[in-house]
Every structure is written in C-alpha cells, then in structure tokens.
Write a protein that binds this ligand. Structure first.
Ligand SMILES: NC(=O)c1ccc[n+]([C@@H]2O[C@H](COP(=O)([O-])OP(=O)(O)OC[C@H]3O[C@@H](n4cnc5c(N)ncnc54)[C@H](OP(=O)(O)O)[C@@H]3O)[C@@H](O)[C@H]2O)c1
Length: 264
C-alpha cells in the first residue's frame, strides 16, 4: 500500500526510543522527512545513527527539548518552520498510590503528557489549516479507560488528551486537516523491557513467566495476552497520519490488544 507520505514533514515528540522511534523509522521507510526529539543530543545522535544505518538516504534530523521546561519548548517551536504531521507521543508515568502522588508528580505529568501537545498544536495547527492539509495525533493510553489504581494521575492526563484531540478536530471542519487520538495497550518499549528484566531478577522467574503473570494478574482484560510491539503501534500511527485516513477525524483509535472492554 502506498501511504503517499513522500516529502511530508513529521515531528514526533519523545522519539529517541520506544513507540516514537519505531514510528520515526516507519515514516522514513515511507519517504517522509522526520524530526525526532529527546532530552539529550547524545540520545538523538544515537537514534539518528541507528536510522541512517538502516536508511542511508533518510531525511532525518533531531531537536533537543525537555517538555518539563517551557523555554526548551519555545526554542523547539522557534527552530521548526513548518510541519505537516505532528505526533504528540511524549509521555511519562509513575506507578504509585493516589496518596503517594505529590503535586509535583501531578504537574510534571500534566506538563509533559498534556501541555506538550497543547503548546505544539497551538503552534502548528494554524499553518496546517492555512495550507489545508495536516495531521495531528495524540498518543493516549488504554489507561485513559482502564484507570489502574497505581496510575490515576497518568490515566487522568491520558483521558485529557481524548478531549483535547476531539476538541481540536472540531476546529478543522471543512478542511483536509484531521486530529485523532491513539490508545495503545501494554507495549514492549525499552521501558517495558527493563521492567520485565527487573521483575525477572527480583522474582527468579523467566521473562516469559513474568509476562504471563502480568497478563494473568494485572492486565487481565487483554485479549491479546502479550505485549504489543512498537512496530504494531507504529503501523496504525503512520496510517492515521497518511492522506489515506482522510475520513477519520476526531476519533479515538484503540491499539490495545482488546484490553478496553466495549464495542466502540
Ligand atoms: N509502552 C507502553 O506500554 C504504553 C502504553 C500505553 C501508552 N503509551 C504511551 O505511548 C507513548 C510512548 O510510550 P513509550 O513506552 O514508547 O515511551 P518511553 O519508551 O517511555 O519514551 C521514551 C522517549 O520519551 C522521551 N522523553 C521522556 N521524557 C521526556 C521529556 N520530558 N521531554 C522530551 N522527551 C522525553 C525519551 O527521550 P530521552 O530519554 O532521549 O530524553 C524517549 O525518546 C507515551 O505517551 C506513553 O504514555 C505507552
């Protein structure tokens, strides 16, 4: 399938690893020009190096910005002239009880998970409307609907993205710009790999046993009963960012392995 992404310019936040990195690779494979982001030049250089090893002609660059730092975000916006496709992917979480979650934890998660997308959409949506083409995607989470008790603050930010995404979509009426949200389920990013490794060492169980226990005892609603790969997430994200997805606007698309119950 030709996704018609050649020469489209893409900005993906939090993309030196995980879902963002897999998405960057897939966009490059489709001929798009990609700007990746992370908090350090070192990680950006490493990620760009990995992409160039696989795609020597890739049109790839990187911009350092920490979404906890407003100045850093302003610098990022000033340094990028224009984007056709904005993937609001960056997200942080802390597994802890509601009582343990401090004001700082709440504001940090709100800044990185929600305000990053608010600020970038405010900067780039008007030019998409002006150009009469563009895509904005918000990477939410199954947690927006499942709301695990140890992730109440994180889940709240991910639910907020659904309203933000739907609201912005409504401002695109009559244009070829779309705004959608994607709800990933438990995905095998580097963070999840490290978690499995740590649990395996702590419990003397194999990584496979730890994974099986996770789906048996924690993410019990998953129909897939395995972690989703970052590439499986990237497939949906890149499709939704392509001209082929023109009729999908204001939607919340689940890529959750069936973990969110319900028929829509
Ligand atoms: N993995 C899952 O199971 C899962 C499930 C549902 C939803 N999601 C959502 O999917 C998105 C991607 O998840 P992931 O697991 O792939 O993420 P991840 O592996 O935790 O993300 C790491 C990336 O985020 C960047 N990053 C972290 N804090 C940042 C900050 N303050 N400013 C800028 N960049 C920052 C890191 O850059 P550097 O380290 O290079 O600075 C790196 O590129 C997130 O929004 C997450 O909430 C993930």
């Amino acid at each position: 399938m030709n996704l018609h992404l050649t020469n489209k310019s893409v900005l993906i936040t939090g993309s030196t690893s995980g879902i963002g990195f897999a998405t960057a690779k897939l966009f490059i494979n489709e001929g798009a020009s990609v700007i990746i982001n992370g908090r350090s030049q070192k990680n950006i250089d490493k990620a760009i190096g990995l992409i160039l090893d696989e795609f020597p002609d890739a049109n790839i660059s990187g911009v350092v910005a920490d979404f906890l730092d407003k100045n850093s975000i302003s610098n990022l916006i000033d340094s990028i002239k224009q984007v056709d496709i904005l993937i609001n992917n960056v997200g942080i979480y802390k597994s802890q009880s509601f009582q343990e979650t401090t004001d700082t934890d709440w504001t940090d998660m709100l800044e990185v998970n929600v305000m990053s997308g608010v600020r970038l959409s405010r900067a780039f949506l008007p030019q998409m409307i002006e150009k009469n083409w563009g895509r904005i995607l918000f990477i939410s989470s199954e947690c927006a609907a499942l709301v695990p008790e140890d992730l109440i603050a994180y889940s709240t930010t991910k639910a907020a993205l659904l309203s933000l995404s739907r609201g912005l979509a409504q401002t695109t009426r009559g244009t070829n710009v779309t705004v959608n949200a994607v709800l990933p389920g438990s995905t095998l990013s580097e963070g999840a790999e490290n978690f499995l490794q740590e649990q395996s060492e702590k419990t003397n169980l194999s990584k496979k046993e730890v994974t099986d226990n996770f789906f048996k005892n924690v993410r019990t609603s998953s129909l897939l009963e395995r972690f989703i790969s970052t590439e499986e997430l990237a497939n949906t994200i890149v499709y939704l960012a392509s001209p082929l997805s023109a009729a999908t606007n204001g939607a919340a698309i689940k890529v959750d392995g069936g973990s969110i119950p319900g028929i829509i």
